[in-house]
Design a protein around this ligand. Structure first.
Ligand code: AHR
Length: 340
């Protein structure tokens, strides 16, 4: 009897050490549903808590859309009393990977990730999974041949980018009588909105033989890059009659380039784009831009609702589709106050 009592603390210590080693091997996220074998479920579960430690990895902060998205996430975290671990990758895929690795090391409960491109962040998504930390992709998706929803990450919350491109094309076809010579300014190469906004637009204009794509080039979703690319393309294609920019920032840059070249945006060249930011709505109101299809940056409420649903065990779809409006001269003024 005496010997047995002496052994018990030793056995408990041994079991405790074993559990620690297994959890450490799994990133130490003991609350996130590790299996008896120490590996995670696929995707890792999220233990229900009153408050979470949420990582938010933003890819850049260089335009009003990104700032509005970050503000929305920060406001919602604060409203719910959650702790937010925030990092801005400053437009670098490598930095964003190390930002996510740092969140894993800080043992966040869950990661909200806005991946800069479809491929660059796949290793980070898989590392979070190995560490038993669920990842929810917001605003941009990853390449599904490399990482899958409801397996490697929980779900993707975001707009239908193909549909956005198609809606812009439909407006342009209608408002040009199906005849236009178009310059396309693409978003960051490899980013899911750039890939899919191009597909949606290019496929749709092919249904109208009078819609001619003169040139299509990367403007990096950036106002000044859009301006410079437009200025160069304008020299090669002075016969342009329409500009399709994958975001409003590049559209505003293109308007500046057109004006600098003595052209009259809204009159001899129709400019169309995506996002619905304040500068674009003002450009629509003053006649320089035709339409902007919305891409809502207000991810705070929907992201934190999704975290709660996931922790409650709700089965989530692979893609939670954000519904977007479309702005034209008929509604730009009334939506100005809620723009960003
Ligand atoms: O991922 C969404 C896109 O990224 C927005 O349309 C763009 O403005 C941003 O940089």
């Amino acid at each position: 009897m005496k010997r047995n009592k002496m052994l018990r603390p030793g056995i408990s210590l041994l079991i405790g050490m074993l559990v620690f080693v297994l959890l450490a091997a799994c990133g130490g996220s003991s609350t996130n549903g590790t299996t008896a074998g120490g590996s995670c479920s696929s995707p890792p579960k999220l233990a229900k808590k009153a408050n979470y430690k949420v990582g938010f990895s933003q890819n850049a902060s260089n335009n009003p859309w990104r700032l509005a998205e970050t503000a929305s996430i920060k406001a919602e975290a604060q409203k719910r009393g959650d702790t937010l671990v925030y990092a801005d990758a400053a437009n670098s895929g490598d930095k964003q990977v190390s930002d996510v690795q740092s969140m894993i090391a800080q043992k966040v409960d869950v990661i909200l990730l806005a991946p800069i491109t479809e491929k660059a962040l796949v290793p980070a998504v898989l590392q979070a999974k190995t560490a038993c930390i669920p990842v929810i992709l917001i605003d941009r998706d990853v390449d599904h041949t490399l990482a899958q929803p409801n397996k490697d990450y929980v779900t993707f919350i975001g707009s239908d980018f193909v549909q956005q491109g198609k809606r812009v094309a439909d407006w342009l076809i209608q408002n040009t009588g199906g005849k236009a010579k178009i310059i396309e300014l693409e978003g960051t190469t490899g980013a899911s909105p750039a890939i899919n906004r191009k597909k949606g637009f290019d496929d749709e204009i092919k249904t109208s033989p009078g819609m001619v794509l003169l040139a299509s080039q990367d403007g990096d979703f950036n106002r000044d890059t859009g301006r410079k690319v437009m200025a160069t393309l304008l020299q090669a294609h002075p016969d342009v009659t329409a500009v399709y920019a994958h975001n409003d920032e590049m559209a505003i840059g293109a308007i500046a380039a057109l004006q600098a070249a003595g052209r009259h945006p809204g009159k001899d060249v129709i400019v169309v784009s995506i996002d619905g930011e304040r500068d674009a709505l003002n450009a629509i109101i003053n006649g320089q831009e035709g339409t902007s299809v919305q891409s809502s940056p207000f991810f705070g409420p929907i992201s934190f609702d999704t975290i709660d649903q996931y922790a409650n065990g709700t089965k989530l779809p692979d893609w939670i589709v954000v519904q977007d409006k479309q702005f034209t001269k008929d509604n730009a003024q009334q939506n100005l106050a809620n723009s960003f």
